[in-house]
Write a protein that binds this ligand. Structure first.
Ligand code: FMN
Length: 452
């Protein structure tokens, strides 16, 4: 039996600090500092003609979270769950919407939460609305903060031209839908929700000056552009008070990396508002579909691994009570411990490393490993890496932990093996060809995980 190759850990340090509890403003605690970051699964049902059956979590989803539920995370996030059945990030998103409420949906989401909480971690749903970044295969005329179309080449191939929400629709189609979904999550036993206000989805379309050209109270100043998020938060708090222990967090961009996009100063202003409002946690990330940033933009951050470390440090001082997580790039215990010791972040978010190894936190905390598995992909080939993670999600979904004889690594490809990567690359090329053919024939492409 061969062991996967791991990232070289410059200094072997104790992981003890990563096992410390995190206390949230509402009094709840996470048992340790690890966060399983949101990764879109796309394994829920797709049935827009029959709302009762649309966006239901499947056995694959339950199996995937069964694996992470044995991984010793302090908090586990779902992939983006849509709050609107027609504004999906992708076909296959799980959806929570009042028109589709049923005992079946409630039972499946309840089981999902149970799978996530098996070893004591907090189960949190990431709530999202695709806005102008809704998949064109699900909706050719999505809602947007304004009617600014996402540029693709050739135009209109991936995303349709958005329709600007009216002021009234912001209440009925956005705020009310987020609040309904949060209440549903609470009633199904989840410990909290995270508002997806990053990577260019609807809530970021409000906060970003590039996509918000509104002149009502939701546009103009940064205070106005942040209003929809604050109103969602206030209404959720009204429905589910802090005394219940239900967490409300947000995934927020530290910087948008695109012309005239959200700057670090803007992000700091937004985060100040979240701290003041007593959001339980903020997860810092960066980028949009216009500019993916799941890799190093600057040489200076490479040594510290986390892509957004410099931006997080600029924003960090605004947080006094709100817990901060930083996601993107962490691969070695040395860098994770360093980020916590320097107080750059309190929590460590992990994405791609935990599709390769769903119990990475457990192994780090018991000292049996000191870094993540190092894949053999070209480090600049982000699309392949993301696709590879998507393929590992599919593999995780095949069996429950019990059926896999207790092995959480059951059937997961080892992409640290060059031969396996070669085979994967061949299959990916084949898939890209099929996607192109399907797209030309006007058919929805099969299995293309880009980013949620
Ligand atoms: C397959 C895949 C799907 C993703 N889907 C989501 C998502 O649904 N919501 C989200 O906020 N981020 C999503 N992301 C981004 C991750 O949460 C994370 O920010 C990113 O992978 C960087 O962290 P990493 O370097 O540890 O992978 C996704 C990433 C991957 C690889």
């Amino acid at each position: 039996m061969s062991f996967p190759k791991r990232f070289p850990n410059a200094t072997v340090v104790s992981s003890e600090i990563l096992g410390e509890k995190l206390k949230f403003p509402n009094g709840r605690t996470a048992p340790n500092r690890f966060l399983k970051a949101a990764m879109t699964e796309r394994f829920s049902t797709y049935s827009p003609e029959n709302p009762k059956k649309h966006g239901l979590p499947t056995e694959q989803i339950l199996n995937i979270y069964d694996k992470w539920g044995h991984g010793q995370f302090g908090m586990i996030l779902t992939g983006n769950v849509a709050v609107d059945p027609t504004n999906l990030e992708a076909i296959g998103n799980a959806i929570i919407f009042k028109e589709g409420d049923s005992s079946e949906r409630r039972a499946l989401f309840t089981q999902w939460a149970q799978k996530m909480k098996q070893d004591g971690g907090l189960a949190v749903i990431q709530l999202s609305h695709g806005g102008r970044q809704s998949s064109i295969w699900a909706n050719r005329t999505p809602f947007g903060a304004s009617d600014v179309e996402l540029k693709t080449d050739p135009p209109g191939t991936m995303y349709g031209k958005p329709i600007a929400l009216t002021t009234e629709q912001i209440r009925t189609e956005v705020i009310d839908r987020f609040v309904y979904a949060a209440k549903f999550a609470y009633e199904c036993g989840f410990d909290g929700v995270q508002l997806h206000a990053a990577h260019g989805y609807l809530l970021t379309q409000f906060t970003s000056p590039t996509t918000n050209t509104r002149t009502d109270r939701y546009g103009g100043s940064l205070l106005n552009r942040n209003r929809v998020i604050i109103e969602i938060y206030d209404k959720i708090k009204n429905e589910i008070p802090s005394s219940t222990g239900f967490l409300i967090g947000i995934k927020s961009n530290s910087k948008e990396f695109q012309e005239k996009g959200t700057t670090v100063e803007d992000a700091k202003f937004l985060c100040e508002a979240y701290e003041k409002r007593k959001f339980d946690f903020v997860e810092l990330t960066g980028g949009t579909a216009e500019k993916f940033v799941f890799a190093h933009e600057r040489e200076s951050t490479k040594i510290r691994e986390a892509f957004f470390v410099e931006f997080a440090e600029a924003i960090r001082p605004v947080f006094k009570n709100t817990v901060v997580y930083l996601t993107g790039g962490f691969r070695t215990v040395g860098a994770m411990v360093d980020a916590v010791q320097r107080n750059t972040t309190q929590g460590i978010g992990l994405g791609r490393p935990v599709t390769a190894e769903p119990d990475l936190p457990k192994k780090i905390l018991n000292g049996s490993v000191h870094s993540a598995i190092q894949d053999a992909f070209n480090p600049n080939d982000m699309i392949k890496q993301i696709l590879a993670s998507g393929s590992q999600l599919e593999q995780m979904g095949r069996n429950s932990v019990r059926k896999a004889g207790g092995d959480v690594m059951d059937q997961i490809s080892d992409y640290s093996d060059e031969r396996t990567v070669e085979v994967f690359n061949g299959k990916a090329m084949e898939m890209f060809g099929n996607i192109q053919k399907d797209a030309m024939a006007g058919k929805a492409p099969k299995m293309l995980v880009v980013m949620g």
